[in-house]
Design a protein around this ligand. Sequence first.
Ligand SMILES: Cc1cc2nc3c(=O)[nH]c(=O)nc-3n(C[C@H](O)[C@H](O)[C@H](O)COP(=O)(O)OP(=O)(O)OC[C@H]3O[C@@H](n4cnc5c(N)ncnc54)[C@H](O)[C@@H]3O)c2cc1C
Length: 376
Amino acid sequence: MTYDAIVIGGGVVGTSTAYHLVCDGAKILLVDRRDAGRATDAGAGILSPATNTRDPDPWLRLAAFASEYYPQLVDNLQAEQDGETGFATCGMLLVAVSYDEIESFAIARQHIFNRRDQRGEPAEEDLYEISSDEARRRFPALGDVRGAIYYRDAARVDGRLLSAALHRAAEAKGLAVKHAGVEQLLIRDDSVTGVITDGETISADKVVIAGGAWSQAFGDQLGVHIPVEPQRGQIIHLGLDTDTSSWPIISAVRGHYMVPWPDGRVVVGATRETGSGFEARTTAAGVLEVLAEALRVAPGLAQAEVREIRVGLRPYTEDHLPVLGAVPNIQNIYLATGHGPTGLQLGPYSGKLIADLVLGRELATEIDAYQITRFL
Ligand SMILES: Cc1cc2nc3c(=O)[nH]c(=O)nc-3n(C[C@H](O)[C@H](O)[C@H](O)COP(=O)(O)OP(=O)(O)OC[C@H]3O[C@@H](n4cnc5c(N)ncnc54)[C@H](O)[C@@H]3O)c2cc1C
């Protein structure tokens, strides 16, 4: 049997690609090794492009499309397969909590408001500065607040639930799944014709590499360096005996954040350990960093129970953009990786774009800026 396509990798990017392919009636096999450290299982799930001050313009362009697409995808999944995803609009507070952060806060504020004014969105009534008292009223565990910006439309999603919902919906539409590692691509006359997994040869017209931080392993065979590195992230789930369902996400100026969930859970994170290698484990220094920063910003979390610590390997690229599209000089192989710290934001939409590319459809969004050729 020959599949229309094989998707390598069952994180949010691979499952979204497979889901969109089977929605079109294609015969698809998803092969997933389920590595410890799968980023999708650890992700905090913050969806808030309007407050992002770290990533370049091409990121924002893709994120704008991805944000617009999210509610539609979530609705479809809910309608199709009782697909709970944890997606909700919960708002976000960007805060400075100490005097030495006031300058960085002012720079971030200028960046965010200039961009809002240039783009004409979000509306002023959805993204605005609030007082310290108002910030503490919205997130009672906060300590001192020296500056706060509120963004009403920030949302969150549960990566595990979302990828499980995509998976279930895709299987209901005929997706075949194999839990194994792809050891090798089959290449004949400069064209990919399938994969070898568990020593078995499986044929396909096309192959998508959505292997997250592990995607680079296919570079040698394809004759191209895939510059995606693992960046370890340690993230801690705290539990409070308080109703946190109306609390917003907190994004602190120094880069850490807190994501409240309705069950009294507040997820605090995260380390960004570039150069960590593939060891998906917690470290004393990582846990210390995450808890110290969380309690510095929100001392009211001090008595929270530590419920769980997760570790994920973000597929990191140096220019903070994903790697999407075809591979030069080899036919029928596509890359969908490199989403770094924002793959839950971008990944579901990237999967849709790559599915359209595989199906030979016109793309709704230009992907030139994300092609691997930018590194060559
Ligand atoms: C601590 C942390 C916090 C984060 N917070 C956010 C956030 O708030 N917002 C946001 O948008 N993003 C966030 N992210 C980033 C986001 O989680 C990732 O960008 C995204 O999940 C990457 O998805 P992926 O499918 O590319 O990779 P993964 O989820 O890592 O999945 C890759 C899969 O491919 C499989 N695989 C690899 N090689 C092979 C092979 N040869 N054969 C078979 N299978 C293979 C692996 O086993 C794995 O299952 C966070 C990440 C971390 C770690």
